[in-house]
Design a binder for this molecule. Structure first.
Ligand code: ADP
Ligand code: MG
Length: 697
């Protein structure tokens, strides 16, 4: 059964087979429904006229009405332009054309009144608009009073005369035909509760709003609707999984208690205790855990992961922890095996560089169950790695792993899926987490261990290098160590390496008494490790590095992080780097070096870093600056192809949509109630028609 909105776009008056082919190919528009959901991405404000005396340079587009007093041709050849002078009783401005001069010369007549639209720029004292839109004043356009929709198009479409204006015309035609064909997609209870406009009104006003209020009302409703149905789907997925997927029930805390009693090296923070409780509740529930553990750098996720392992081991099952890099895996192994040894628990490290014989031992130990904890890189998802009974799979820094790799871990237990804990140190803004991981439960460690002094972040220009070096010398004298990080600039490995080596040499010159380490991506793993270890043991006081030290490295005595060309780093990365210091009891510093010329985005990033240490705040700003598509790991996610909502900005609407969806599904999981009929129908419809819909999950 197909309805009006399934009609192929070809059959809309004004389209036909050729334009239809263009629509298909260029904009992915195949049906009436697709076109009507090709919403404007901005609107030109034609609601009012400005007088020439009111114009300001920062105005994006303005509408002015006035008479042309005279016109003249200025310059010749290449630089020839036509200038018409517009007067409206409050002042005079210039309208300028560089192209199509002949046509304009004929069309524009002195003494006639025009409606002019365009971007005003100031030249000397006078405003001008280059290539304005120009219409003779008519009774119809003299009132102004509307917002002109602007649709995204492609270069090809423009060339084939399917520009924004043409699309607006087609939308007008479509809306006229669709007038009584809209079906409401939100139940009346929701419409009333949030005072939303109905579907028909929203669809008309999103394309042709009369004023800002009606546009806003339409946007609110359509954004809510979009986010609501995504959340509904994700929450549903989560509920189904909870019902369907059994997990081993681990409810013995004997090992945990012993560890707390005899070996716990410090008091756990309140936040650590809270997330351990949440995780334990999952692990004893008898259902499979799928939980995301978020915690800023240094918040103490490692010990939490070890505690979860103990709960698993008490239940006679095995654990594995997968990290994205060899260095990080080693670091985890070092910490965790130290805890484990005290309690006579067997651990092993499996990475690409583990020798064949040792591998064999590991495989055997895993199969017969004598090896309890396996830590490693993606080497541990290989087919030959078989567990006797895998009870818990922990994945650190999940951004770097694909979904496919994650699911391979699932299948390491053929009888019952292991519990899965995904840990991330990259704070994900709530809005994104809700959309990307809306099907996972989320725990957050939102507190740092006591006694940590907040890192002081300082912005310095390159010209203050001597002063900065003086500060570093003084810090080193008191026994501290220093990181100096260089960005990848040229995207040519050779040049980047040269950049780093130049930096290294100038540092050796500036600090002749100090031993300096250097680490970069081109080094062999054992050379890298050797240098890291020298620094960790305090044999060198300065570590010059590229971003390879971004994750994991833990040297509590290193208390200063200098980031060179800080303007070239993204916010999340700056924050990750800064997280390498501030791990000991001493006051730590992060010094951001930049040159004088900063773009406004760079400025905002640097300011944010100086202002706050809060990873979530930083992630939010990052999301606003870059948009979700650029955030790590989200690129391939269909969940982010939204038609109208904006995850960076529509936080509140998303929150409301999620809460509403949750409430409805809690009361009526299968959407059987009469009042939810509309929702059920819409879910069905979307399942059938929307490409995006099937990609979410
Ligand atoms: P991350 O969350 O970045 O992985 P880690 O687990 O590496 O953090 O912990 C950072 C440092 O803080 C480690 O040196 C760890 O021993 C220490 N730490 C963790 N929890 C606490 C705590 N509750 N009290 C004091 N120090 C802690
Ligand atoms: Mg960590």
């Amino acid at each position: 059964m197909s309805g009006f909105f399934d009609t192929p776009i070809e059959f809309l008056k004004g389209v036909g087979p050729q334009r239809a082919a263009l629509f298909n190919k260029q904009l992915n528009i195949f049906t009436f429904g697709d076109l009507i959901q090709h919403y404007p991405f901005r609107y030109e404000d034609r609601t009012r006229f400005y007088t020439i005396s009111e114009l300001l340079e920062e105005m994006p587009f303005v509408q002015v009405r006035g008479k042309v007093s005279k016109k003249e041709l200025i310059g010749s050849g290449f630089k020839k332009r036509l200038v018409a002078y517009l007067i409206d009783g409050t002042g005079e401005m210039e309208l300028v054309w560089f192209q199509g001069i002949k046509w304009v010369l004929e069309k524009v007549k002195p003494g006639v009144e025009y409606v002019v639209f365009g971007k005003p720029t100031k030249f000397g004292k006078r405003f001008n608009i280059a290539h304005p839109e120009l219409e003779t004043l008519t009774p119809k356009n003299e009132k102004g009073g509307f917002l002109q929709p602007v649709y995204s198009i492609t270069e090809t479409l423009r060339k084939r005369h399917l520009d924004s204006k043409a699309i607006a015309k087609l939308q007008q035609e479509l809306l006229t035909q669709a007038n009584n064909k809209f079906h409401e997609t939100l139940p009346s209870a929701i419409l009333e509760r949030f005072r939303f406009v109905d579907k028909r009104k929203a669809m008309i006003n999103i394309h042709f709003p009369e004023n800002h209020e009606s546009l806003n009302a339409a946007q609110q409703r359509l954004k809510f609707e979009e986010l609501f149905y995504i959340q509904l789907r994700l929450i549903k997925l989560k509920l189904v999984r909870k019902e369907k997927y059994k997990g081993q029930s681990f409810n013995d805390t004997a090992l945990l208690t012993r560890f707390y009693h005899d070996f716990l090296p410090f008091q756990l923070t309140g936040a650590q205790k809270k997330v351990i409780k949440e995780i334990y509740a999952d692990m004893k529930s008898g259902r499979q855990m799928n939980r995301l553990l978020q915690g800023d750098v240094g918040s103490g996720k490692t010990i939490v992961s070890f505690v979860c392992m103990l709960i698993t081991l008490s239940g006679n099952a095995q654990c594995t922890l997968m990290a994205p890099t060899e260095i990080l895996a080693q670091q985890h192994f070092k910490t965790i095996s130290r805890y484990a040894e005290q309690m006579q628990i067997t651990t092993a490290l499996l990475t690409g560089s583990v020798k064949k014989r040792e591998r064999g031992d590991i495989h055997r130990g895993l199969r017969d169950g004598s090896l309890k904890i396996l830590i490693g890189t993606h080497a541990l998802i290989e087919e030959e790695v078989q567990f006797n009974n895998l009870g818990l799979a922990i994945i650190d820094e999940q951004h770097r792993f694909g979904v496919a790799q994650r699911s391979k871990l699932w299948s390491k237990n053929k009888t019952v899926y292991p519990h899965v804990l995904v840990m991330t140190a990259t704070p994900i803004p709530r809005t994104l987490a809700m959309t990307l991981y809306g099907d996972l439960d989320v725990s957050v460690i939102d507190e740092l261990p006591a006694g940590r002094k907040p890192i002081k972040t300082i912005h310095k220009y390159d010209s203050h290098r001597l002063e900065v070096n003086g500060f570093l010398k003084q810090q080193i004298k008191t026994g501290r160590q220093v990181y100096i990080v260089y960005p990848l600039i040229d995207e040519s490995e050779k040049l980047d390496l040269k950049h780093l080596m130049d930096g290294y040499e100038s540092i050796c010159r500036a600090f002749p008494e100090e031993a300096v380490s250097i680490v970069h991506g081109k080094m062999k793993p054992d050379a890298k490790e050797y240098e890291m270890n020298r620094f960790a043991k305090g044999e060198t006081s300065i570590m010059v590095a590229t971003t390879v030290i971004e994750v994991g490295v833990d040297v509590p005595n290193a208390s200063v992080m200098v980031i060179e060309n800080a303007e070239r780093f993204g916010l999340s990365q700056l924050h990750q780097l800064r997280g390498r210091v501030g791990r000991g009891a001493e006051q730590s510093y992060c010094i951001l070096m930049t040159n004088y010329k900063l773009s406004s985005d760079s400025k905002k990033r640097i300011e944010t870093m100086v202002r706050t240490n809060n990873g979530f705040e930083i992630a939010e700003t990052d999301l606003q600056l870059r948009g979700p598509g650029d955030l790590m790991g989200t690129q391939q996610s269909g969940a982010l192809d939204l038609l109208i909502a904006d995850l960076g900005k529509d936080t509140k609407i998303l929150q409301t949509a999620r809460e509403t969806a949750l409430q409805i599904l809690e009361e009526d999981p299968d959407l059987n109630k009469a009042e939810n009929k509309l929702i059920r129908e819409q879910v069905e419809r979307m399942r059938k028609t929307m490409v995006n819909w099937s990609r979410i999950s």
